[in-house]
Design a protein around this ligand. Sequence first.
Ligand SMILES: Cc1cc2nc3c(=O)[nH]c(=O)nc-3n(C[C@H](O)[C@H](O)[C@H](O)COP(=O)(O)OP(=O)(O)OC[C@H]3O[C@@H](n4cnc5c(N)ncnc54)[C@H](O)[C@@H]3O)c2cc1C
Length: 233
Amino acid sequence: MEQIRARFTVGADGARSTVARRLGLDVNRRLIIGVEEVFPVSASAVPAFHCVIDPRLAPGYLAWLVDDGRNAHVGLAGRPAGLTAPLPRLLRTFLERFPGVPTPIGPAHRRGGPIPVGGVLRRIVNADGLLVGDAAGAVSPLTAGGLDPCLRMAQLAAGVTYDYLRTGDAGVLRHYDGSAFRARFRLRLLLRDVFSQLRTPATAEAAFWLLRTPLGRAAAARVLFGSGSFPPQ
Ligand SMILES: Cc1cc2nc3c(=O)[nH]c(=O)nc-3n(C[C@H](O)[C@H](O)[C@H](O)COP(=O)(O)OP(=O)(O)OC[C@H]3O[C@@H](n4cnc5c(N)ncnc54)[C@H](O)[C@@H]3O)c2cc1C
């Protein structure tokens, strides 16, 4: 049993994906790139979450401003090929133009990096190791949210790893099948393609008009607020 090696690999970017390559597993190829600043603010009466869809600032994704009453999170992300300036400069532009950005009362912390949006990878496990979180592409292709899926998949990965180490039976690895997870993302992957095609503010406005129709509302409710994309906890 000691000779059975189980490795977890982390992160989405090229340097870290060498681990996946060495294991002979799949590597994320479709990525957006994002940056976010977090800074303390005075207590606000009403917490707020603003999303701005403007392909000139955040092509294929959005800019956001969250004020939770203690900290403000201001960021944006987009397709690397569509960015018109370096991300920090686009973030400055957003901060300068967006009305009502809260005043920082302390230092800002910046974080950023690539976010995989191509859906869960097909080959994420073999007898030598497995991928979790961003490394496995476990991010909603549409919303680019990866925290909840990462935790869910990590829990499943831990269970599968435990079963494998306990039994030595490679058959248990079938329960960590990237192709099966990926199948749950067809609609989101399709919408990712649509989102990536929004090249002007006018097309973004038209997309919102469609979302306000009964069909659009039903689709949004299913995709954005439905459950079942990722393995249950
Ligand atoms: C700007 C930005 C904003 C985001 N906002 C949201 C959001 O609001 N909601 C949401 O759900 N998701 C968000 N995401 C995505 C989310 O952060 C990721 O999907 C999630 O953190 C993935 O977790 P992970 O553990 O797979 O990878 P990571 O969080 O990248 O963790 C990997 C860790 O492994 C470490 N590491 C890498 N290589 C090695 C190595 N060789 N040895 C040791 N350690 C190593 C790294 O330093 C890092 O700490 C955002 C991403 C970005 C870039």
